[in-house]
Design a protein. Structure first.
Lengths: 258, 365
């Protein structure tokens, strides 16, 4: 029975690993077959990589910064309507990104939305829109991950620091943040990884314009639409490499498997 | 700020707090400067809640907390000048031992020379110089205890609250630390409130004791008085006195008499009350009577006989259980180990006992 149990664990893991490797292998073979015939436009690749890296970095940093106070509030305090608020903030995690993008697009047709655009500049069909779309998609995830990090820190440490003469702000800076540092870094990287792959909300709000709002996932979409398989594969390979690198870095930083 | 002579004087009056289904009611505590005060009670009686209230971590609904003459009832924890060593020690895992101690010292925002001098003094006092560069995960229970204490003392509090400080330690380390900590606090002159449920610890450490039962202070006083003269049957039961008997007190031709189930007790002095009472016979006040030997007057009025049911040899004494003739009540007695050998005591043998009258405790219902 024990051997069967081990067999099921190892077998299932191997099967999934082989399936993913087969996908990557297929991608490699396809690239090898087509690249000599139809080389990709490197200028477009570099633009998409640069835009994706920039927008994902800005949106993930913003999401993490916004998530810190919210996650701490949810982790440490009880108040009326907490369950409702918690559920509301979870919505971006479960809501389809296309639906979220559509909601953002509709919002910018309303008076408050137009007011925000008048104040901060246009979002619809603009690079700003990409950042906002990514932010909307990942902020719920950032809150969830950070809440879990704060939940893992025993409030006794904070109580103790206060008895030593530290007020709540100093306790947060000197105790909570340093103790949450590994979780913060992991959150930032996972959120960044999720933002760089964001497509649905981005397309709805910022559109899919070549060399303007062309992030890596948008570029994949545009090239498939144009039946340029080689370029699409090249973009997929770049996205795959970046995603793999991020996940590996998170594991190394965290010191354990996530 | 209060007067310098008041530094470390704690006065808690009428403290009350309701937390879900649990309540602290009318908690009163008084500690003189430099006093080592032990708050003792069974698990769940409210000791840790009291500590959290004193530290300002729970908002109190009633009462006042004065330290050094200052009313701290509404003060935030960082302004209370109270150090805290929790049961878990809560050493910061992102700092090494020195970092943890300096964390307490830095709260005072002194200059670097003063900070370093204080660090040196604390590490020498607690004998932890060799641990300074260690990660907290590499420390033993006793070492963690000392580092947590050094961190608390680093903030130079007027009062230190120790919450079950020895609960995670083995017996040897615990006893060693009792002596070391008493010496440290005696040298510093810091007032201490020590929370425990261990009678032995309370007896060894406390200048004064407060017994807490079900959210109230049931008795407070010098350690010896509380341990030897419990103020109520509930306190006596908590302190481990199992010879508690319900009966009726009445006057006698000379003195008084308490009629219990199966036997009666005589007192040479009249009892101050009549009617239903609870009698507590402390096990150390039950004497074994040797055949043919004269009996002291303080024992002579209350001689009993029974069958020895159990004899337990402890590290420093013997405890025996006797089933008394008549009503079959059980009576526990404690005596020095050498008497067990002298009388060759063993289960099943008949035994004659006398109760030491001045030690008897009578509580009116």
């Amino acid at each position: 029975m024990n051997r069967l149990f081990t067999g099921v664990m190892v077998g299932t893991t191997a099967l999934l690993a082989i399936a993913f490797l087969a996908l990557v292998g297929g991608l490699g073979a396809e690239l090898w077959r087509h690249s000599a015939v139809q080389p990709p436009d490197l200028r477009e690749v570099l633009f998409a990589v640069r835009l994706s890296l920039t927008t994902a970095t800005v949106s993930s940093v913003l999401a993490t910064l916004l998530a810190i106070p919210v996650a701490y509030l949810l982790s440490r305090y009880r108040f009326p309507g907490k369950a409702l608020l918690d559920t509301l903030l979870d919505l971006p995690i479960v809501l389809s990104p296309i639906a979220l993008g559509a909601l953002l697009l509709v919002f910018f047709r309303t008076a408050p939305g137009r007011g925000i655009e008048a104040l901060l500049g246009p979002f619809v069909f603009e690079v700003r829109g990409i950042v906002l779309a990514q932010l909307a998609v990942v902020v719920g995830l950032a809150i969830r991950l950070l809440k879990s990090t704060f939940d893992g820190i025993d409030p006794e440490y904070e109580h103790l620091a206060r008895t030593l003469g530290y007020d709540r702000v100093r306790v947060f800076w000197k105790v909570v943040l340093p103790m949450a540092a590994p979780g913060l870094v992991a959150t930032l990287m996972l959120v960044w990884g999720r933002a760089i792959g964001e497509f649905g909300a981005t397309v709805m709000l910022a559109g899919a314009t070549t060399m303007k709002t062309e992030t890596l996932p948008v570029a994949i979409h545009l090239n498939f639409e144009a039946a340029d398989i080689t370029s699409a594969m090249m973009f997929i390979a770049v996205l795959l490499a970046i995603s793999f690198g991020v996940l590996l870095a998170v594991r190394r930083l965290h010191g354990r498997s996530l | 700020m209060g007067a310098a002579s008041d530094r470390g004087r704690l006065v808690v009056s009428g403290l009350g707090v309701q937390l879900g289904g649990f309540a602290l009611r009318d908690v009163c505590l008084a500690c003189e400067p430099g006093e080592y005060h032990v708050l003792i009670g069974p698990t769940g009686c409210g000791k840790s809640t009291t500590v959290k209230c004193l530290l300002g971590l729970h908002k109190v609904q009633d009462g006042r907390v004065l330290l050094g003459g200052d009313d701290l009832t509404q003060a935030p924890p960082e302004r209370r000048r109270m150090g805290y060593v929790p049961q878990s020690h809560a050493l910061f895992p992102h700092l090494n031992v020195e970092g943890n101690i300096r964390f307490g010292i830095r709260a005072r925002r002194n200059d670097a020379t003063t900070d370093n001098a204080l660090l040196e003094r604390l590490v020498d006092l607690l004998g932890i110089r060799g641990l300074l560069q260690r990660r907290v995960g590499q420390l033993s229970g006793g070492e963690r205890q000392k580092v947590a204490l050094a961190r608390a003392l680093g903030a130079q509090p007027e009062l230190v609250l120790l919450d079950e400080p020895f609960s995670a330690l083995d017996e040897g380390s615990r006893r060693r630390l009792w002596l070391e900590l008493r010496a440290v606090f005696a040298e510093l002159g810091t007032t201490v409130i020590h929370i425990t449920h261990s009678l032995e610890e309370a007896s060894a450490m406390g200048d004064r004791l407060s017994v807490m039962l079900a959210g109230r202070i049931a008795q407070q006083g010098p350690a010896r008085d509380v341990l030897e003269r419990p103020a109520s049957p509930a306190v006596a039961a908590f302190l481990g006195y199992r010879n508690l008997y319900r009966g009726v007190a009445m006057p006698a031709a000379t003195g008084g008499r308490i009629q219990l189930e199966g036997f009666s007790i005589h007192t040479r002095q009249p009892l101050p009350f009549q009617g239903p009472v609870t009698l507590c016979v402390r096990p150390q006040d039950v004497r074994i009577i040797e055949e043919g030997r004269a009996v002291q007057p303080s024992i002579a009025a209350n001689l009993l006989e029974g069958v020895l049911e159990q004899v337990m040899l402890l590290s420093d004494s013997c405890v025996a259980l006797v089933r008394l003739d008549g009503g079959g009540q059980a009576l526990e007695l404690r005596f020095p180990v050498h008497l067990q050998r002298r009388f060759a005591l063993q289960a099943g043998q008949r035994i004659r006992l006398g109760l030491y009258e001045p030690g008897l405790l009578v509580y009116p219902d």
